[in-house]
Design a protein around this ligand. Sequence first.
Ligand SMILES: [Zn+2]
Length: 306
Amino acid sequence: MRFKFLCLAAFLLLIGSLLFSGCGKKSSQTNDVAPKQNAVKSATIAASFYPMYIFTLNIVKDIPNVNVINMTKPTTGCLHDYTVTPDDMKNLEGAKFLVINGAGMESFMDKVIQQFPHLKIIDASKGIPLIKGEGDECDNPHLWVSISNAIVQVKNIGNQLAALDPGNAARYKENTDAYIKKLEAEREKMHQALDGIQNRNIITFHEAFPYFAKEFNLNIAGVIEREPGSEPRPKELDDTIKKVNQLKVKALFAEPQYPAKAADIIAKETGAKIYTLDPAVTGPMDADAYINIMDSNLKTLEEALK
Ligand SMILES: [Zn+2]
């Protein structure tokens, strides 16, 4: 509670300082204002986590006075059960727009967002059909792992930015179209390489890959570990081992962000090999990162399933 109050107080102070500088007060007064704020460009766009950051980076590119930041640390990974840190709050204070994946990935932020009424939310999930989680779980939020979904997300972000920042609308559109062309080329390349593969059964770690698997017509025969920290029970492990043997699954796909202990056990019991598929939730802060990650996923799949 006390923390929230402090954040609110800091926010009101910030608004106050912006109002002052906007009213033409001269430098003697603005010098008292936190110097950090002078560095904030005219529009800062925060992205909730890594893939949204990479997409937005491509849409903004070198538009003058528009700045893209990642709200969370690039090593954060998926935002399941995430708690907003004071650093994240600071990032939001300076931002005009917040790009979210949507589909429930950022539901933990509902209360936080209320503290920043000036923040315009850009939901990248609009119009994307969601895959239900298993049992009574919520919809699966890992939309961006499918390139087709990524293309829709990039369109959504580009369109909403153009509407909210009309002065730069033409630039957003131009950059969005150019990035979509690159994504379409990558998707085409992956289809060419993967469409003819016979053995399409794969086993993955946590539920990041249903949209990706659907896109490339792969069959997820089992999920080893649902979320970070939830180790599979012996019975689940047993069932997975049976499935791997029955379906002659040759490859287990771990993820770089998760320990591969359970996969190790299954590999030992079945002779299947462990490979790493990357759901693009961490990586370099570089505009080409998402496409590079998909490219290396393609190489892995070709090697594992050939
Ligand atoms: Zn996840």
